[in-house]
Design a protein around this ligand. Structure first.
Ligand code: 8YV
Length: 320
């Protein structure tokens, strides 16, 4: 166990592994300690928790109130990602700790992956690829899939990413409606106040709402039944938003047609029941994972820290 050196530099605790280019940029500017390198992180925090000004984490690794309490001198958190469901913002506010995140730079890539999953599930691209690879084609044709152009797209959540997905959909002549707590002013897409009505209307439901307690299991058995046996589900938000057990059952019994999933209830564990289904396309939480977008996110993480240590204010605050 080593205490961080270089007392003249701001001391950052890094929750775990991050993009290598970001780790290099952090080390070039600050005295950085990676908590996940410690054999006994709890003992390390007990001995050195008071040494750190800043905490660097990600939307997936987060920062809970217990960890925050182990860092009594902490002044700033810089998170790699837009999701805030794993960061205890109330605890940070109560302590006067600023929280920076990376909005605006990942909307396009998350929307692109949502569309990739939508196209793949409806047109059965991955299933057709498996069909060709296992040599099944000579024995007979691959079955029919579903037309995407002109289909009805229901968006659950209509923030920056939801609106970007809607723009992608216009290129496919899709009809788009959305469900959110409040209608978005100035949008050409109709707001649907009832999630069940949206699911019943849609051919494909794309979930892009925030995670956390308020949206836990929003997509439940009743919503899946409203989507129906011809309907598809795509989730690029958080696994917690979908009742995964209800989803597995709906897929196994053909009560919905298929699903494209980038996020899961207990990542990185993906239930065997989902992996066994040919009607499901699975990706390992990679919606923002392009070189360009991850670098832009890394730049925001650094921007937030530099702005805080220079001006006392992160550039992109999760608290405003
Ligand atoms: C990043 C995400 O996943 O921004 C988010 O909320 O879930 C992803 O963009 C992820 O934080 C990388 O660890």
């Amino acid at each position: 166990m080593t205490a961080p050196a270089q007392p003249h530099r701001h001391r950052l605790l890094q929750a775990g592994p991050l993009l290598p280019a970001l780790e290099q940029a952090l080390v070039a500017r600050y005295a950085v300690q990676r908590l996940s390198d410690e054999a006994d992180p709890q003992a390390f925090l007990a001995a050195h928790g008071a040494d750190f000004d800043g905490y660097v984490t990600s939307a997936v690794m987060g920062l809970d109130a217990a960890r925050l309490a182990q860092l009594p001198k902490l002044r700033v958190v810089s998170s790699f990602g837009v999701g805030l469901d794993r960061i205890d913002l109330a605890a940070a506010v109560a302590r006067g700790v600023q929280v920076g995140f990376t909005p605006g730079v990942l909307d396009d890539c998350v929307a692109d992956l949502a569309f990739a999953l939508l196209l793949d599930t409806m047109r059965r691209v991955s299933a057709a690829d498996r069909f060709v690879r296992r040599g099944a084609w000579p024995a007979g044709p691959f079955g029919l899939s579903r037309r995407v152009s002109g289909a009805r797209l229901g968006l659950v959540g209509f923030g920056r990413i939801g609106q970007t997905i809607a723009r992608r959909a216009s290129g496919f002549d899709m009809a788009v409606r959305y469900h959110s707590r409040r209608p978005v002013e100035g949008s050409a897409c109709p707001h649907e106040p009832s999630l069940h009505a949206l699911a019943a209307w849609a051919d494909v439901l794309v979930v892009i709402t925030a995670g956390g307690a308020a949206t836990r299991h929003l997509i439940d058995r009743a919503v899946l039944d409203a989507l129906g046996p011809e309907g598809f589900l795509v989730n690029v938000s958080r696994g917690s938003v979908v009742d995964e057990a209800a989803l597995v059952e709906a897929l196994q019994t053909g009560r919905i047609a298929g699903a494209g999933l980038d996020v899961f209830a207990d990542e990185p564990q993906v239930p065997e029941a989902l992996r066994a289904l040919d009607s499901v396309v699975l990706t390992p939480h990679v919606a923002s994972a392009t070189r360009e977008t991850r670098q832009a996110m890394a730049d925001r993480v650094i921007d937030n820290l530099e702005a805080f240590f220079r001006d006392g204010q992160v550039r992109f605050s999760a608290l405003s």
